[in-house]
Design a protein around this ligand. Structure first.
Ligand code: DHB
Ligand code: FE
Length: 287
């Protein structure tokens, strides 16, 4: 049977991709952020995932405002990146796992999630930057991915509660998969940031800390915030926290925080990285 080894959430700022391409990990500006990945690398080496389900938001590379699904699931053999205009090199393609994708898709639809199924899907910096942070050198750790795109761009956005439920449904599907694979769940983006408008540069440390604390074992607490509240409290792009909620929803049992790094600013963003692990013996997943 498949096993969920844990969850990782991290910021996906394109400037991080540029810093990697220019080998600036030890520069004073970048070091406090990149140092936070030493733990992640050790944890991944110990836990050896075969597959990662990556909750992220597309920023106009694969989907645009003309057609923007609320939830879209990849079912491709490989996922290509393309130049988004951020000045970072195009990343190597990342392998998919169509059989595993279709298992998740069948289970989601049976669970009444009306998703968009993508047999072709370009992945943007919201997938490639976290992958490069987790597995430096574009080896991608030899793993396969299932990208799950959540609309954080065109309002109305799905609610925090809906994203938590999406994650739960995927978590249940992963655990019902018959093959012996080790699965990592990833959520990308956030924390608070706003890239344009009169509040450009907005960061809310207090709200970020609340989100970091509550996501571990009280994610339901955060469902009190509407997506409008989230824009007010976390910034227009801070709504990317929806991806973190989906990641958390996929984790079964009692959750333990193994690692946290929070650093302001990286580009316009409050940058954060967490590693979470499930302790199955304590409690079972909520229905
Ligand atoms: C930045 C943050 C993002 O989430 C993104 O998608 C692009 C840019 C930034 O802080 O520069
Ligand atoms: Fe983003």
């Amino acid at each position: 049977m498949a096993r969920i080894i844990g969850g990782i959430a991290t910021t996906h700022v394109p400037a991080i991709g540029k810093a990697i391409a220019e080998n600036k990990q030890d520069d004073p500006y970048w070091r406090p952020f990149f140092k936070g990945f030493d733990f992640v690398h050790g944890w991944l080496a110990r836990n050896r995932p075969d597959i990662a389900v990556v909750f992220y938001n597309d920023h106009g590379l694969n989907f645009f405002l003309d057609k923007l699904p609320t939830f879209a699931v990849g079912a491709a053999q490989t996922y290509r990146n393309e130049d988004e205009g951020w000045g970072i090199p195009v990343a190597r393609s990342i392998a998919g796992d169509p059989a595993f994708s279709w298992h998740l898709i069948n289970s989601l639809v049976a669970d009444e999630f009306d998703i968009t199924i993508c047999q072709e899907m370009l992945v943007d910096h919201a997938v490639t930057v976290p992958m490069a942070l987790m597995w430096p050198g574009q080896s991608w750790g030899g793993i396969r991915i299932v990208p799950v795109s959540i609309n954080t761009v065109q309002h109305p956005l799905p609610s925090m509660a809906r994203c938590l439920k999406l994650g739960r449904s995927i978590g249940n599907a992963i655990e019902a998969y018959q093959q012996d694979v080790r699965v990592l769940v990833v959520g990308t983006g956030g924390l608070s940031h706003q890239l344009d408008g009169t509040r450009a540069g907005f960061i809310n440390k207090e709200f970020d800390q609340l989100c970091l604390n509550k996501i571990v074992n009280e994610p339901e607490h955060l469902t009190q915030y509407s997506t409008h509240d989230l824009v007010v409290k976390a910034g227009a792009q801070g709504v990317e926290f929806l991806n973190w909620m989906a990641m958390r929803g996929a984790l079964p049992g009692h959750v333990v925080e193994m690692h946290r790094n929070y650093h302001i600013p990286i580009s316009n963003t409050a940058a954060a990285t967490v590693v979470l692990e499930s302790r199955m013996e304590a409690t079972q997943r909520a229905a």
